[in-house]
Design a protein around this ligand. Structure first.
Ligand SMILES: Cc1cc2nc3c(=O)[nH]c(=O)nc-3n(C[C@H](O)[C@H](O)[C@H](O)COP(=O)(O)OP(=O)(O)OC[C@H]3O[C@@H](n4cnc5c(N)ncnc54)[C@H](O)[C@@H]3O)c2cc1C
Length: 303
């Protein structure tokens, strides 16, 4: 095979640089159960070097051209699975209405790894406090998963329903691309990180919020709140649960999001209430950014 290269890691039998997703899938199936997809390598390569990787054959998809593309379509933004956080930060194809994607890459404390870490790797790693995963779930993003039998689109949230694991099997499947519906006027999204970083292992909790705001009635008609916590699957709450039968005014939502986030943080991580309050603070900041963007989009008729 053309893409075979030497990798100086004794525990790896072969490293294969794929030129297409079809090639990568063929390679995975040729070494079924002993080959794994490699993205930027920021999580996987340290495991390989410590002899803790599951596979001894690696198939690198980071140079597959179709997986490196960022494409704006009339109703969606398409992001290749091998797009790096740095690429997303630099991209001019990202619409202003999805500025939250750049925010998420910016606050990810991966600055030294930005140029390597990919979107797919950030999802598949199932790192509980992943800013990228929380944002994509809040935006209702879908992932295109390809394997030997074909490909299908699945909600990113559904891939991360269990703590610490992704339902995608990176020994037989590839996350090829991500699809995000373009926000309409009145929609906005924001992300914030809780100020609990001192001594926190696994990163500080993050909250991503996307919403739809009816300015005339001062009501929210849709909201998705995603809380990313260390060692947990993303926690998600929506309008019905948050409003709990009340009218979804901004003030009602502000209070119930803060209460929900604090309660989830204590339930899931058994954190003390004062640290949990930092998460409520992050929720307020994310909500204000989302509302500001929703109002701006109404004012500008921005798409
Ligand atoms: C020091 C350190 C700090 C970190 N801090 C954070 C943090 O604060 N926030 C955060 O979100 N994450 C953090 N992470 C984890 C982070 O999610 C990953 O480092 C990175 O984003 C993974 O991307 P990658 O392209 O390097 O993936 P890789 O290391 O290449 O792969 C990671 C996993 O994803 C699989 N994979 C990669 N690409 C694909 C694909 N296209 N299809 C199918 N499977 C694929 C691999 O098989 C592997 O299982 C941290 C990691 C490290 C090492």
């Amino acid at each position: 095979m053309d893409g075979l290269l030497q990798l100086r890691a004794p525990m790896i039998r072969q490293y294969y640089l794929a030129a297409s997703t079809e090639e990568a899938i063929a390679y995975l199936s040729a070494h079924a159960g002993d080959a794994q997809v490699l993205g930027g390598g920021t999580t996987l390569l340290p495991l390989v070097l410590r002899g803790k990787a599951l596979a001894t054959y690696l198939v690198d998809v980071s140079r597959v051209a179709s997986m490196r593309r960022i494409r704006l379509e009339p109703s969606h933004l398409l992001l290749g699975g091998a797009v790096t956080l740095a690429q997303m930060l630099r991209s001019e194809s990202l619409p202003e209405s999805l500025a939250v994607l750049k925010d998420s890459a910016e606050i990810a404390p991966l600055s030294r790894l930005h140029s390597l870490a990919t979107l797919a790797g950030s999802i598949v790693s199932a790192y509980g406090t992943s800013e990228i995963a929380a944002t994509l779930i809040a935006l209702g993003a879908e992932a295109e998963i390809a394997n030997l039998t074909g490909s299908q689109w699945l909600p990113v949230g559904g891939l991360l329903s269990r703590p610490g694991t992704c339902r995608l099997n990176s020994m037989s499947e590839i996350l090829v691309s991500l699809r995000i519906r373009l926000p309409q006027p009145g929609e906005g999204a924001g992300i914030a990180q809780a100020d609990t970083s001192e001594g926190a292992s696994g990163g500080a909790p993050v909250i991503a919020i996307s919403l739809s705001f009816d300015e005339i009635q001062n009501l929210l008609s849709r909201i998705t709140v995603v809380l990313g916590l260390h060692g947990a699957a993303p926690q998600v709450s929506r309008l019905d649960e948050l409003a709990d039968g009340r009218t979804a005014t901004v003030d009602t939502m502000r209070r119930s999001i803060a209460q929900w986030a604090t309660a989830r943080m204590i339930d899931v991580t058994e954190e003390a209430p004062d640290r949990a309050r930092a998460v409520a603070g992050a929720a307020q900041r994310a909500l204000e950014v989302a509302l500001t963007r929703a109002r701006a989009s109404l004012a500008n008729g921005m798409l």
